[in-house]
Design a protein around this ligand. Structure first.
Ligand code: GUN
Length: 294
């Protein structure tokens, strides 16, 4: 198997984290600034607990200051906003991350809007979204930012290429479409979604295909062109009686069959996944350095 085809997200994420670690040491030594990230976790969703724990571990590895506030499920919207406000004012904190989803009695929109957009390292605040669409400097949402880094660091030429994104979420599909449209990337972008009539007609004509729809092994070999680049954002559990756990993780791409036809492809796990935390760390360092010119 030609290993050069595989875009190794672990390898690239580790390289980014090493860069961030040495930049952090330099920032501390030269400016006396330690990047600081605040996590807010509401309730006891097990997946959210794991995500927040892993993000906290990354802070430790890189030498960042971090603080995690775990709040009860029944906290009021106003109490949560008041806590966010404290972090907005706290000079040690350069990034604030409220782990989603939130309980149904709390408006995610209101909470995201309560975060100072200059500390919105998730890139979910309307100021950042608006600036992203307008092609201005801003925090890029971490998963789409990670995908751009995977393409760049794999030396994939994107200029003038056709890109199809399957999935129009606010976290992945929509921001990624806007990043791929930026002048320095310069793709021609199509976004497919649940009402798209014939997805294959778009993927067959694409140089780059990003699948972020949450359907196990949706993208089949007969839907792609020889030599395309495939980015798989899916993380799906499917039953597997040969595993002790009784399941295995697959992406949104039929990896085994698409592998041969592709020029480059991301595996699941070990592709896009590890990049999300790396880019969160990157955004936090950019914030600590005051690098984003709002
Ligand atoms: N929940 C799932 N993904 C994310 C993310 O990227 N950021 C936040 N804050 N919550 C999430």
């Amino acid at each position: 198997m030609n290993q050069d085809k595989i875009i190794d997200g672990n390898l690239i994420a580790n390289a980014i984290k090493e860069e961030l670690k040495s930049e952090t040491e330099k920032l501390k030594k030269e400016k006396g600034i330690t990047p600081g990230l605040a996590f807010i976790l509401v309730g006891n969703n097990p997946a959210s607990q794991i995500y927040v724990r892993n993000k906290g571990k990354a802070c430790e590895e890189l030498g960042y200051y971090s603080i995690t506030k775990v709040l009860p499920e029944n906290i009021t919207e106003n109490e949560l906003i008041s806590l966010i406000d404290d972090f907005n004012k706290d000079e040690k904190i350069h990034g604030i991350l409220v782990q989603l989803p939130l309980p149904p009695h709390i408006s995610e929109t209101k909470i995201i809007e309560a975060i100072d957009y200059k500390k919105d390292v998730d890139g979910f605040h309307p100021q950042n979204i608006g600036r992203l669409v307008a092609g201005k400097e801003c925090f890029y949402p971490c998963t789409p930012y990670g995908i751009i880094e995977l393409l760049k660091r794999s030396n994939i030429n994107t200029i003038g290429k056709t890109a199809t994104i399957i999935g129009r979420s606010n976290i992945v599909g929509k921001p990624l479409a806007n990043l791929l449209l930026r002048k320095e990337i310069n793709c021609t972008v199509t976004v497919c979604h649940s009402a798209t009539k014939d997805i294959k007609q778009f993927t067959l004509n694409s140089d780059i295909i990003v699948v972020a729809m949450g359907k196990p092994e949706f993208l089949k070999a007969d839907m792609i062109n020889e030599g395309c680049v495939i980015i798989d954002v899916g993380i799906n559990r499917i039953p597997d009686s040969t595993r002790k756990s009784g399941y295995r993780i697959v992406g949104d791409v039929d990896y085994k069959n698409c592998y041969d036809k592709s020029f480059k492809i991301t595996p699941v796990p070990g592709g896009v996944g590890p990049m999300t935390i790396a880019m969160l760390m990157k955004n936090t360092l950019l914030s600590a350095k005051g690098k984003i010119q709002f």
